[in-house]
Structure formats: structure tokens, C-alpha cells
Design a protein around this ligand. Structure first.
Ligand code: HSE
Length: 438
């Protein structure tokens, strides 16, 4: 059979990795795909030829539109990232009848509904395994491996940079900015690293997971998104004393009132496997009705781990090129005419446990006031730490863990606590999840 011809957009961290993996493993890949896979045309503004042996044998220019318009290309692989011109290039590739493979989570989360509709109408595939959790085949697992199940919830560490920063802060006491700089140097961080530290990248990925799990359209604008930039070493240490780890989680859960889509730092019991996922590694815990909990672990970022997912998609597309479009695996796991309009819950209506840290005057009655406000709000305290005042200090840190309560109730209680004369500054709040399999 004739080889499949691939056009590559981008020769950076992931594009370079994809080129190298496809070249290095060409023979084995052809045995898997049933035909050869040849990159024949690439576009990149700049690239390091010394790290891409064999690149001199293909046509490379800086014109991405020339690749998507190249009549000889069967599959366009978009690895430039960002919203534009990626959207325009992908839509043009689809209009030209080409299949698309992309690692672009921002593009899929924000423009995926439009892109999938265009692909459906043109009878081409858009594959995006590398968009979520790098090298972990989580999309295939949720979309195909778990297709017998009703999924209850998914919780994942889906931003490698953020997990790397939290791990280094905890284990080595390193400074936030210093670890972020290292993540950038290693090629883990986004072009704009605020996407990593403010949770936007994780929100892109969670949007995709929520749609695959529950058969809902992609709704990035409804994700509650909070980053890790306000997490301090103190909080990491207090959490540990209480038997918890702080992880930046993306959580999507089906409730009777709607679907939760939320990204925020979260205390999780340190005995959970996912609590021990460190460094740039990602992990996704899926709770489904038939199989129960399953956990997927691996490198969430980096050149060849991400390329592993990109190349698997190229092989998948190559294998099913001739299949009837109606019988391919649907982009969002559910048939496009069977998506559901389940509402996305407002964060106020989400129920979780909480870690609260506050700074209280060292005088009688303060704890009673705090307990009264929480009690009046129907909030039950699960654990408490009060430190002795340091010499010369008039205030003491108080750390509380609460049972599950609606965010709206907690907001009211925090307002009440902050208005007490005996409380200094703002209350730090970090959400808490037990992630038990029940
Ligand atoms: N910046 C992303 C991360 C890259 O750190 O997870 C992989 O999507």
C-alpha cells in the first residue's frame, strides 16, 4: 500500500519530537499501521536542524498555509499551538479534505465544536490524543476503553508544569519563580507560562475530558479556574501535618443538578496513589460505574512523550483512512447528534471540603467566634491546628479542615470570619477532596 503522506506544522518541542519518533521507529510503525508514514512537507519559523537528523530530506519552509494546501498531503499535523492561526489552518486543512492530528488543547477546548462540525461535514478525522495529559492515552481510554461505563467523575493532575512546581516547593523548599524558569527551560511550560500557573492550560484539558466523559459540547468558558500562584510553603506544610498533599486538580463530576467543571489546588489524602504523583508526571483518575476506579499515569509534557501520543494518532488515522466516516469513533466519544445539554454547575453550587488558614489574635473567645460562624452556616469542622504564638507575635495561625459543604455557604462563612476584629487579613481557602472510590 502507498505510504501515507504527512504535513507537519511546527518543528519545536513537540514537532521535533514527532519528526524524530516517526523517523526512528519508521519500520515498526509501518508494521503497525499496515503502510509507511512519510513526513513530506513541514513548516516552521525556525528549527534546530542539528537535532532533527533527516530533516534535509523533506521540504521545509515557513509557510504553514503551503502545507495545508499541498495536494500531496493526506494528514496535517498541527503542532504550533495557540488559537490563531492554528484555527484557520486546521479549518482550511479540513476544507481541503485532509485529516488533522493536533496536540493543541487550547484550540480543541475553545474551537473544538466548530472544528468537529466542519470535519464531520467533510468526512475527515480530527485526532487530539496529545491535547490531554501528554503521553498518557487518556482520550483513547475514556472514549473507547471505558465506553461500556457510565462515568461518575474524573479528577486529574493535568498540568505537568504546575505539578513540577508544587513538588519542588514541597520536597526542596524551592522558590516558585526559580522552578517555573526550570520548567520553561525543559520545554514543559506553555509559551505564556501564566496558562500553566493560573490553571488555564488545565482548564483547556478538563473541558475536553468533561465532554468525553459526559457527552456534552465543549464549554471552556464555564470552567471554574484557579491556579497555584497563591499556594505557599506554609500551606503545603500544614496540609502534610494533617495527612494531605496539595495537588492542582481538574475535576469533572456528574451530579443530579448538572456537571461540575473545576480546576483548583486541592488537598487530597496522602495515602491516595494520585497524591504521590510528582514532578512533571500527570495522572488521571476515572471513576466509572462498571469498572470502578482506574488510574492513568505518565509523562504529561515534554518532547517525545507528547510525540508518542501524536504519532499514535497518525497511525490511528492511517489505519482508518478508508473506513466509512459514519463508523469511526466519534470525536467527543458520543455520536454528534446524541450530545446532551446537561447544565454546567456554577461554582457556588459545588460541594467540597475545605482547608482554611487564618491569622487570629491571641486572645480568649476567638476560636469560639470562628466555631459559631461555621456552626451557624451548617459547616462541620473535621480537624483543627492552632499554633503557639511566636515570641513577640500577637497573632497565631489557625488551620481548619471542614466537611463537605456548598461553596455558597463557605463564601458566607469566610465573609463572617474575615469581618471579626480578631482576624487579621484574608482567610486562605483550599478545597479538599477525598477521592474515595465509593
Ligand atoms: N504546559 C503543559 C504542561 C504542556 O505543563 O502540562 C503539556 O500540555
Amino acid at each position: 500500500m502507498k505510504p501515507v503522506r504527512v504535513g507537519l506544522l511546527g518543528l519545536g518541542t513537540v514537532g521535533g519530537g514527532t519528526f524524530n519518533v516517526l523517523c526512528r521507529n519508521a519500520e515498526e510503525i509501518a508494521r503497525r499501521a499496515g503502510r509507511g508514514i512519510d513526513i513530506t512537507h513541514a513548516a516552521a519559523r525556525e528549527y534546530d536542524a542539528a537535532r532533527l537528523p533527516g530533516i534535509e530530506n523533506i521540504r521545509v519552509s515557513d509557510d504553514a498555509f503551503a502545507v495545508v494546501d499541498d495536494a500531496d498531503i493526506d494528514i496535517v499535523v498541527e503542532l504550533i499551538g495557540g488559537y490563531e492561526p492554528a484555527r484557520e489552518l486546521v479549518l482550511r486543512a479540513i476544507a481541503n479534505g485532509k485529516h488533522v492530528v493536533t496536540a493543541n488543547k487550547a484550540l480543541i477546548a475553545v474551537h473544538g465544536n466548530e472544528i468537529f462540525a466542519a470535519a464531520q461535514a467533510r468526512g475527515v478525522m480530527v485526532a487530539f490524543e496529545a491535547a490531554v495529559a501528554g503521553g498518557i492515552p487518556i482520550i483513547k481510554a475514556v472514549r473507547e476503553g471505558l465506553s461500556a461505563n457510565r462515568i461518575n467523575w474524573i479528577a486529574g493532575i493535568i498540568n505537568g508544569t504546575g505539578n513540577f512546581i508544587l513538588t519542588e516547593m514541597r520536597d526542596k523548599g524551592r522558590d516558585f519563580a526559580d522552578v517555573l524558569a526550570e520548567a520553561q527551560q525543559l520545554g514543559y511550560a506553555e509559551a505564556d507560562p501564566t496558562f500553566d500557573v493560573e490553571g488555564i492550560d488545565a482548564a483547556h484539558k478538563l473541558t475536553i475530558l468533561g465532554s468525553l466523559a459526559f457527552g456534552i459540547p465543549l464549554q471552556f468558558d464555564k470552567v471554574y479556574t484557579e491556579g497555584i500562584s497563591h499556594i505557599t510553603r506554609e500551606d503545603v506544610n500544614y496540609a502534610e501535618q494533617l495527612g494531605y498533599r496539595i495537588k492542582h486538580l481538574g475535576i469533572t463530576r456528574r451530579t443530579t443538578a448538572g456537571v461540575e467543571l473545576r480546576v483548583h489546588p486541592t488537598l487530597i489524602p496522602d495515602r491516595r496513589l494520585i497524591a504521590n504523583v510528582d514532578g512533571v508526571m500527570n495522572a488521571v483518575l476515572v471513576n466509572a460505574d462498571a469498572v470502578g476506579p482506574t488510574l492513568y499515569y505518565g509523562a504529561g509534557a515534554g518532547s517525545e512523550p507528547t510525540a508518542s501520543a501524536v504519532v499514535a494518532d497518525i497511525i490511528d488515522v492511517a489505519r482508518t483512512l478508508t473506513a466509512d466516516p459514519e463508523n469511526r469513533v466519534p470525536h467527543l466519544a458520543f455520536q454528534p447528534d446524541a450530545l446532551s445539554d446537561l447544565p454546567i454547575l456554577d461554582m457556588d453550587d459545588v460541594e467540597t471540603g475545605y482547608y482554611l488558614r487564618l491569622c487570629a489574635s491571641d486572645k480568649p473567645g476567638v476560636m469560639a467566634d470562628i466555631a459559631r460562624i461555621l456552626g451557624d452556616g451548617g459547616i462541620s469542622i473535621e480537624a483543627i491546628i492552632q499554633k503557639e504564638p511566636q515570641e513577640g507575635e500577637q497573632t497565631v495561625p489557625v488551620i481548619l479542615l471542614t466537611r463537605g459543604v456548598r461553596e455558597r455557604q463557605m463564601n458566607a462563612a469566610i465573609r463572617g470570619i474575615e469581618s471579626l476584629d480578631s482576624i487579621e487579613g484574608r482567610v486562605t481557602r483550599i478545597r479538599l477532596e477525598h477521592l474515595s472510590s465509593r
